[in-house]
Ligand binder design. Structure first.
Ligand code: PNS
Length: 168
């Protein structure tokens, strides 16, 4: 049986740190789906369609490096249902710090209660991505200052263009 995993998140937008986790997950599992979870009560900066477009651009970048077992989908609802829809028994999350750990440990417990067959797997973030978040990327977009290496590889221009269109 193939081992499928999802990497869930808001991805508003996907960052270099997320991509690092996806890249490592792709080496551990047969298929990895980047699951863009949309919270109906929260309007993000980027629409679900834009987030998917940006994630797909980073999936294309991974393909250039020979990583061909990654795809992306948008889901409305629970992460555990997204995993089931993907036939995935694994949910992969990156951990940057103890705040991530506190939050994700709770989420893993909720997931276990929803479906005892689905396992959460934590991957420690590499040091160069510990400060990188979607919030940080949005601040670079807003203030025009910051380290562009936070953008997911190959997505910087696209993300800036999409953001600019919103502020016009
Ligand atoms: O990128 P984020 O904001 O860290 O992602 C958080 C996300 C989307 C993975 C998390 O909020 C989530 O799983 N949302 C879907 C709703 C859900 O499954 N909730 C579980 C507890 S009820």
């Amino acid at each position: 049986m193939s081992k499928n995993a999802i990497v869930p998140g808001s991805f508003d937008p996907i960052t270099a740190g997320h991509v690092e986790i996806v890249r490592r997950a792709a080496a551990l599992f047969d298929r990895v789906t980047v699951a863009i979870l949309v919270n109906a009560e929260k309007t993000g900066t980027f629409t679900p369609e834009e987030r998917l477009q940006i994630v797909n651009a980073s999936v294309k970048e991974l393909e250039k490096d020979g990583i061909v077992n990654v795809d992306a989908r948008v889901f409305y609802g629970l992460t555990v249902d997204a995993a089931r829809e993907c036939g995935a028994r694994y949910i992969v999350k990156g951990l940057r710090n103890v705040s991530d750990f506190d939050y994700e440990f709770g989420m893993a417990e909720i997931t276990r209660r929803f479906d005892g067959e689905i396992e959460t797997v934590f991957l420690p973030s590499s040091p160069e991505f510990m400060h990188v978040s979607s919030t940080y990327v949005r601040e670079i977009l807003k203030y025009g200052k910051g380290d562009d290496r936070a953008f997911a590889p190959g997505t910087g221009d696209m993300v800036k263009k999409l953001y600019k269109k919103k502020s016009i």
